[in-house]
Write a protein that binds this ligand. Structure first.
Ligand code: 4AD
Ligand code: MG
Length: 460
């Protein structure tokens, strides 16, 4: 008999259907002549309840099933006599696959997020993390769907690069073992070799590659891991995170903002439509206001706010911030939260930032002191997207690079696109973990990425 996943069994309408399925035991309750076993196979949040009675072969062994044990069941779908579920399975055959000893750390009780981080290899077996990672999977599909439906092409941008897109110097260097190094066996290995004949690093952003391809294929996007050696131990920064980066030819900042807004709206509607059961868990146990927030994100009109106006609002708010703001200072999380949660109570797109706090590639505005940058800020998370119109004028770009001490020889290929058929173009990067934080209400980035990489912690 073919195996069916529990998510499919629970969609059934017809009692009397026969199913074969496998999963892990969540709980077992016994009476004299039968046992109730709750089984989950990870395909959905819900468990299926199995009724196993003493007419089954090896019934004595079934009574030894512990939480975390694995089992295969053949049985018939019947209407449940108990409360809380529509269906249950009357077992006709039950085969024990493995028995988990009682040292299994996920016994039925509530565990703290801090504890579960120490067992990141097991935490997706809990309701909360199972739901978070199913949502993560659904939303990565939605990212591709959004762009595909709009005629974008998907680019695989490289992980190892020779440039520093953001110019912040927060990079992980790539090296190999020296040929005469004591190597892995014993002694201290010597990692001084540059395999590529020059310094290389893990990419901080796929943008520069995406620009090259946008100026060839039109509309493109990349979606992959990016790396930053920022030593900021915050709840929304990780050393390895996933970024979605669309890049559009013949596109200015206004259109860029429109696409960014449509993208976030699409993703939040998608999750409400496709993951209602998993979302309900977060709305119940993690953030009681979650559904209201998601409705707001999906349907409100996002504010467009020049950076200078944002600074004014913050300075007139009467609020004492830890970091004072003034023209030329970057907005901190507390400022972003004030704008989105207190002042406007919805997403805000701040644009035209001072050029001195932004990377070399952003287009300089006519005022000479700001660039055509935009950040999308959302309640609860703050900055979720950073983007800009790119500098397409060769002379302006060159003088910006000079000002910032960037070598033109290193970026000759980048400059080529401004020499040959240059056009206005724009793009942005969405932090994928921050999106998952937004839609689940989870407030620590370590809890939305399978195996988090943050300063001084790598176990898995
Ligand atoms: O604002 P950022 O640094 O922009 C760029 O990298 C541009 N090159 C993107 C582009 O225009 N193609 O990063 C973009 C987004 C941020 O808004 C944030 O959501 C996320 O990436 N991000 C991080 N997420 C987790 N951990 C970190 N350390 C992050 N740094 C940025
Ligand atoms: Mg940014």
């Amino acid at each position: 008999m073919k195996r069916t996943k529990i998510i499919e069994i629970l969609k059934s309408d017809v009692p009397g259907d026969k199913f074969f399925f496998k999963g892990w035991v969540r709980t077992r309750r016994d009476s004299k002549t039968f046992s109730f076993i709750e089984i989950n196979d990870g395909s959905c949040l819900k468990n299926i309840q199995v009724v196993a009675d003493d007419t089954l072969e090896h019934y004595e062994d079934i009574k030894k099933l512990t939480t975390g044990s694995a089992i295969a069941v053949t049985g018939t779908l019947i209407e449940s006599r108990g409360k809380g579920q529509k269906w249950e399975i009357q077992a006709e055959k039950a085969e024990i696959i493995s028995i988990a000893p009682d040292t299994y750390p996920l016994q039925k009780k509530r565990h703290t997020d801090e504890f579960l981080r120490t067992i990141a290899h097991l935490r997706p077996r809990t309701n909360k993390y199972g739901a978070a990672f199913r949502i993560r999977s659904e939303l990565s599909y939605a990212v591709h769907k959004f762009f595909r439906d709009r005629g974008f092409r998907y680019l695989h941008s490289p992980i190892i690069t020779g440039s520093d897109c953001e110019g912040a110097g927060e990079m992980f260097r790539v090296t190999t073992l020296a040929p005469d190094s004591p190597s892995k066996k014993d002694g201290k290995p010597d990692y001084a070799q540059d395999f590529f004949g020059k310094e290389t690093n893990l990419t901080v952003s796929g943008q520069l590659s995406a620009e090259m391809f946008a100026l060839s294929l039109g509309d493109v996007y990349t979606f992959g891991p990016t790396f930053r050696a920022e030593n900021s131990n915050t709840r929304r920064h990780a050393a390895e995170f996933w970024m979605v980066e669309p890049e559009m030819a013949f596109c200015d900042l206004t259109e860029n903002m429109e696409i960014a807004e449509a993208f976030i709206k699409y993703l939040s509607s998608y999750v409400m439509e496709e993951c209602p059961e998993d979302l309900e868990l977060f709305a119940k146990f993690v953030d009681k206001t979650l559904m209201r927030t998601l409705e707001n994100i999906a349907s409100s009109e996002y504010v467009r706010l020049p950076y200078k106006a944002a600074v004014k609002i913050l300075n007139r708010s009467g609020k004492k911030f830890d970091y004072p703001v003034d023209f030329g200072k970057d907005l901190q999380s507390e400022h972003e939260r004030h704008l989105t949660e207190k002042h406007f109570k919805k997403p805000v797109i701040v644009y035209d930032y001072p050029k001195d706090i932004k990377p070399f590639y952003m287009r300089v505005n006519d005022d000479g002191e700001t660039v055509a940058a935009m950040d999308v800020l959302v309640p609860g998370v703050g900055e979720i997207i950073g983007g800009s119109q790119r500098e397409e004028r060769l002379d302006v770009l060159k003088s910006r690079m000079n000002e910032m001490g960037l070598s033109q020889e290193n970026y000759w290929w980048y400059l080529d696109t401004r020499k040959f058929g240059t056009v206005p173009h724009s793009g942005f990067g969405l932090g994928f973990e921050r999106l998952i934080m937004l839609v689940t209400g989870i407030r620590n980035i370590r809890d939305v990425i399978p195996f988090p990489r943050t300063p001084n912690s790598i176990e898995f």
